[in-house]
Design a protein around this ligand. Structure first.
Ligand SMILES: [Zn+2]
Length: 348
């Protein structure tokens, strides 16, 4: 199909002098019997056409530039977002690693807390043992635990478990802090008491004066081995061998030594708190009047001198001038300070 376009310049002359309504008429003449198409365009529009085209081009260019710039910014943003995302992912991975490490350290810390608890229990027991050793009254013993076995299936830890563990561990350490503080105070006090106790024991006739602790005749009224009549025995007789060492029962000063018909060779020691000890029937005296002696020092040897039926030690404790039973003092002795042996029997 062919069309031909004819442009006619038509001037509207209806208005005189100044033409106001100028138009261009465009005719489209199709081939055949089709009707002619006619377009009228005002000259103003035609005149404005280049301006419109320039404006359209300017707008299009501006839009293009804006679009281009927006696209650039978008690309930049996308790139920035990607790198930020990568950085966050990396940080997250690091933080997860750190959290895992902290969880493991917390678990180790919890184990250490249990271990410290056990050590504190051991210290409590040790304190109790020390008190027992020096004869101090004990407090209620801490419960002992011998559980050392471990095992069971592995179950992955949950956040809530970790929070609980951290809380429990914190509580354990908090209570351990208090307990250790109490224990330190108690140990200071126990040490002081033990020192006082040991000092008291040193100046009190608590040390067995012979290695043997076998008593052959007790303190008090008894049948006299020589006369066969009732008499008062002012000390105890401890069995022993001739020549066995005789020890000072407490720290003190030798106040008398000598030989008497009934006592035989004897030693007297004066101690603190109005106490005196006497050692009779010695085969040998190994101390001098005025000597300072310490508990356990050798002052003589067992014998059977004086009024005696065989080798033994007659041991007396005198308190403010009155003979008393030595056994309560000797029972205060720290265990293990001397031992039993097989001995000869003797009395006076
Ligand atoms: Zn006796």
């Amino acid at each position: 199909m062919n069309h031909s376009l004819n442009i006619f310049w038509e001037v509207d002359m209806r208005k005189s002098v100044v033409p106001r309504n100028k138009h261009f008429t465009f005719l489209v003449l199709p081939d055949g019997a089709r009707p002619v198409l006619r377009f009228r365009v005002h000259t103003f529009i035609l005149a404005m056409l280049p301006v419109i085209i320039v404006l359209l081009i300017a707008i299009a260019s501006t839009l293009y530039l804006l679009h281009d710039r927006a696209r650039g910014q978008l690309d930049q943003l996308h790139s920035k977002l990607t790198s930020t995302n990568e950085a966050y992912t990396s940080q997250l991975a690091k933080k997860e690693g750190t959290i895992k490490q902290l969880q493991n350290e917390l678990a180790e810390l919890a184990q250490q807390a249990e271990s410290v608890e056990l050590r504190v229990e051991e210290l409590n027991k040790l304190e109790s043992d020390v008190k027992s050793l020096v004869g101090l009254p004990k407090e209620t013993a801490a419960a002992e635990s011998d559980d050392t076995g471990v095992g069971g299936e592995f179950v992955a830890v949950q956040d809530a478990d970790i929070v609980d563990l951290a809380h429990d561990t914190g509580m354990i350490f908090s209570s351990l802090g208090d307990e250790i503080s109490d224990l330190r105070d108690r140990l200071d006090s126990t040490k002081e008491q033990a020192q006082k106790r040991l000092q008291t024991l040193r100046v009190t006739p608590t040390y067995w004066p012979t290695q043997s602790q076998r008593i052959t005749s007790f303190f008090g009224v008894r049948m006299d081995p020589f006369s066969g009549e009732a008499g008062v025995h002012k000390g105890i007789d401890i069995a022993g061998h001739r020549g066995d060492s005789v020890y000072a029962a407490a720290d003190g000063q030798i106040s008398d030594t000598g030989t008497m018909s009934e006592r035989g060779n004897y030693v007297t020691i004066t101690h603190a708190m109005g106490l005196t000890t006497r050692y009779f029937h010695l085969s040998k005296i190994l101390a001098h009047t005025g000597d300072r002696v310490q508990q356990g020092d050798i002052i003589g040897e067992i014998g059977s001198t004086g009024r005696s039926t065989g080798p033994h030690l007659h041991f007396e404790v005198v308190k403010h001038g009155v003979s008393v039973d030595p056994r309560p003092y000797l029972k205060m002795a720290i265990k293990g300070s001397s031992a039993n042996v097989q001995v000869e029997k003797g009395q006076d």
